[in-house]
Design a protein. Structure first.
Length: 479
């Protein structure tokens, strides 16, 4: 048994309220008691509050990235090649996989060439996944394996789209290694205080969602899992009337649409034909315009809530239309801090002001949640809060990017905890967003922090994380 003293932090009708100190009694891996402490006792600084939610990530891709050579910190092509060379031996007899290269963060501002990759991988096949997951480059050995030698097709320098037919012939990573990487990922998330996630992968089939349910049941993933379904999978649901779908433990929040702007309308119409809400990937203004026009044409879904994913660069008028359509937004504050350099180079001063807006979205009353987009960033909820409040990297003393779009620490905390509105799940019966009464009880999803997260201290620690009252992190009893 162990006990912890903490000040409960409740979210009540859009405001955080700190309560008198309480004592948590934990034994057999679960919260047994929460009782108020007598006033006047020496107060520790720790707080207990609703667990964090990561509203847009990719479980399998994040696990796969863990099994790959991490190239995301490489700042030049020689550095990237050196990382590959030093890890090539770990992939003896298998494909070398790299993840996380990004031409915008490489000094040369270009992808490595096939000849450059060959120079460090020799005859081993190698595939390097872009940080966004959208494109892949292969070396010569990989091209030889994947293409028919008689067809005379040669390797091409142009990166391949990740959904290219050719790449489907690449050997999949063994399921048992994916699962052990997933268990590590889940543990990392628990250590960051995350109690629930939404898998926003655009290719999710019902089988993929069944697998997520299995991961949760077998304890591979210890967070609650919500998911979006690929747009072309909604027709496979029988009797889709009657609201939000669940698949075992997994709640399905809607259908994901990620397409070039000219393909968005058709996909939104298809999904809406079944009454489902859509979650449309929109980092670019033309994607957002297409998404809004299609949603306006189709009218509201029969259940749940439409979402815009990322909301990279809305133009004047877009936010008003998002509000009018009762659409929610998931955003990625860490993009602004991690890609500040790239945005400063590529975007005009005005565009930089409009990038990944927060303040002006909240000002419209649009439901807004923050997400890491793992594996694209590995931002923790506390890191995401700091990014939303400061909009500049922690180190380096750079100017904020879009200073007008900064939010208060209270608002930033709501971005990583308050998910009912964005998910479109039933709003709290007692009328608040996450009411006082429901926040803190024996079966709640909770996180215990060493300090009030709104102070944004760099050394604030996650002391324990509970899902349904069960400790998944921090308790001495967690194995
Ligand atoms: Zn994503």
């Amino acid at each position: 048994m162990w006990r912890a003293e903490a000040g409960p932090l409740h979210y009540l009708r859009g405001h955080w309220v700190r309560e008198a100190r309480s004592e948590l009694i934990v034994s057999n891996g679960r919260i047994q008691q929460i009782r108020p402490l007598r006033p006047g006792r020496d107060a520790a600084r720790s707080v207990v509050l609703p667990g964090f939610h990561d509203s847009h990530l990719h479980l399998r891709a994040a696990a796969a990235a863990k099994l790959s050579v991490d190239l995301s910190a490489s700042s030049s092509i020689p550095a990237l090649l050196a990382s590959l060379r030093s890890r090539a031996g770990d992939f003896e007899g298998r494909w070398i996989r790299g993840w996380g290269w990004d031409e915008s963060t490489l000094k040369e501002r270009r992808a490595p060439t096939i000849a450059e990759i060959d120079s460090v991988t020799a005859s081993q096949p190698c595939a390097l996944h872009h940080r966004t997951g959208k494109v892949v480059i292969l070396n010569s050995a990989a091209w030889r394996i994947l293409t028919d030698p008689d067809s005379g097709s040669n390797s091409i320098e142009e990166p391949l789209r990740a959904d290219a037919a050719l790449l489907q012939k690449m050997p999949r990573q063994p399921e048992n290694s994916v699962e052990s990487a997933l268990a590590d990922l889940s543990c990392e998330l628990a250590a960051a205080g995350v109690t629930s996630v939404t898998d926003a992968t655009a290719t999710n089939t019902w089988d993929d969602i069944a697998r997520m349910d299995e991961w949760v049941r077998r304890g591979v993933v210890r967070q609650r899992v919500n998911a979006l379904l690929a747009f072309d999978q909604v027709s496979a649901v029988s009797g889709s009337e009657g609201g939000m779908q669940t698949h075992g433990t997994v709640r399905v929040l809607g259908a994901k649409v990620a397409a070039p702007a000219d393909g968005i309308a058709e996909r939104v119409r298809h999904v809406r034909g079944y009454g489902w809400p859509v979650a449309v990937h929109a980092t670019e203004p033309d994607e957002l315009e297409a998404a809004l026009a299609a949603i306006e044409e189709c009218g509201p879904p029969t259940w749940g809530r439409d979402r815009i994913e990322h909301l990279g660069l809305p133009l004047p008028g877009h936010l008003e239309r998002i509000r009018a359509g009762r659409i929610a937004v998931t955003t990625n504050p860490a993009f602004v801090t991690e890609r500040a350099q790239k945005y400063r180079e590529l975007l005009s001063a005005v565009e930089q002001e409009w990038l990944y807006p927060l303040r002006s979205v909240l000002a419209q009353g649009i439901p807004l949640a923050a997400a890491s987009d793992r594996p694209v960033t590995s931002a923790t909820p506390l890191g995401t809060m700091a990014a939303a409040v400061h909009r500049r990297p922690r180190a380096g003393g750079a100017e904020p990017l879009g200073a007008e779009e900064r939010v208060t620490p209270d608002e930033a905390l709501a971005l990583v905890t308050d998910r009912a509105e964005v998910d479109g799940s039933a709003l709290d019966r007692q009328g608040g967003r996450g009411s006082l009464a429901s926040n803190l009880h024996l079966n709640a999803d909770l996180v215990l922090l060493s300090d009030d997260p709104r102070r944004l201290l760099e050394d604030t620690k996650v002391l324990a994380t509970f899902v349904g009252g069960h400790a998944i992190w921090g308790s001495p009893e967690v194995g």
